[in-house]
Design a protein around this ligand. Structure first.
Ligand SMILES: [Ca+2]
Length: 299
């Protein structure tokens, strides 16, 4: 079977779900991960985190690129729990090293994604604010991305509520909606229901014996200790959707963005609008099967 060429755009290093997604991708024999880009705030540190994870997996051949730290327009929202929750405990936050230099070039990530998409059709998996992806779409003057696909976690499609990845870069989400690309999205209304039980969390804490599993176990431990939150694997639904698309039900996206300003910050959410060509959102999901997928981790 031909492998799916995948590019991961991620804000790995805060919530644990991006870490779980990257591990699953690395372990999945049907996926060929051709590159990773980081986005939102401390992108050099996120890149260092991802590259350490690749090292644990023995996959230093996969490029990790430092993407946009701030949205296309407006301010970066702040939420109270914002730390590099998987790293800040007990040891000093590591030095992002060479990734700091890379962060100065806002066109680095678009250039590299377009280069890969030109070689062969590419599947973009976006599990973070959509700044990098939007910049890539804007830079794609030759229509290279028309043969590629985009799977994303972002938006809320049922109740007009704000969702983090959308509101962190409202302008970027508008670019996504007007891109005409072949897009499958999963919204907060489904992902927020994916919280693992304490017993399931314990499975994540002990599964696997290789260095990649060790890395994840330590990340889970630190996440739990610093946040004291249950694990809600929002982003895993986007990868699940990518892998099981044919068995899932989608609805056409008939939405547009409504904007408001709260405390001087631009906020945005989806409301009903005209049909967005090429874009569909996941209608429902079997949570038991999703949890089996999250906990299996291909081990
Ligand atoms: Ca994420």
């Amino acid at each position: 079977m031909e492998k799916t060429r995948i590019w991961l755009d991620t804000d790995i290093g805060d919530d644990i779900d991006d870490t779980l997604v990257l591990e699953e991708i690395l372990r999945n024999p049907s996926l060929d991960l051709v590159g990773i880009s980081t986005v939102f705030k401390n992108t050099p540190l996120r890149a260092e985190f991802a590259s350490r994870m690749l090292r644990a997996a023995g996959r230093e051949d996969i490029p990790v690129l430092t993407g946009s730290p701030s949205p296309i327009r407006g301010l970066t929202p702040v939420r109270p729990h914002e730390t590099f929750s998987q790293w800040d405990l007990e040891e000093r936050t590591p030095d992002p090293g060479a990734f700091l230099e890379e962060a100065k070039d806002p066109f680095l990530v678009p250039r590299e994604i377009l280069k890969r998409a030109k070689e062969a059709p590419l599947t973009l998996l976006a599990i973070a604010p959509l700044t990098n992806v939007a910049r890539t779409i804007l830079a794609d003057k030759g229509g290279i991305l028309k043969s590629s696909r985009l799977f994303l976690m972002g938006g809320e499609y049922r109740e007009h509520r704000p969702e983090w990845n959308l509101e962190c870069d409202v302008e970027a989400f508008k670019v996504i909606l007007s891109s005409g690309l072949d897009i499958r999205a999963v919204g907060l209304e489904l992902t927020e229901k994916s919280t693992l039980s304490p017993a399931e969390e314990r499975i994540l804490e002990r599964t696997g014996t290789d260095p990649l599993a060790d890395f994840r176990r330590e990340a889970v431990r630190r996440f739990q200790k610093s946040t004291n939150w249950p694990i809600t694997p929002h982003d895993a639904l986007a990868l699940y959707m990518l892998l099981k698309e044919e068995k899932l039900d989608f609805l056409p996206v008939r939405h547009e963005i409504e904007e408001g300003t709260v405390d001087g910050q631009v906020r945005g959410w989806l409301k009903e609008g005209k049909e967005v060509p090429g874009m569909k959102f996941l209608a429902s999901i079997d949570m038991e099967d999703l949890h089996r997928f999250v906990l299996n981790l291909g081990i």
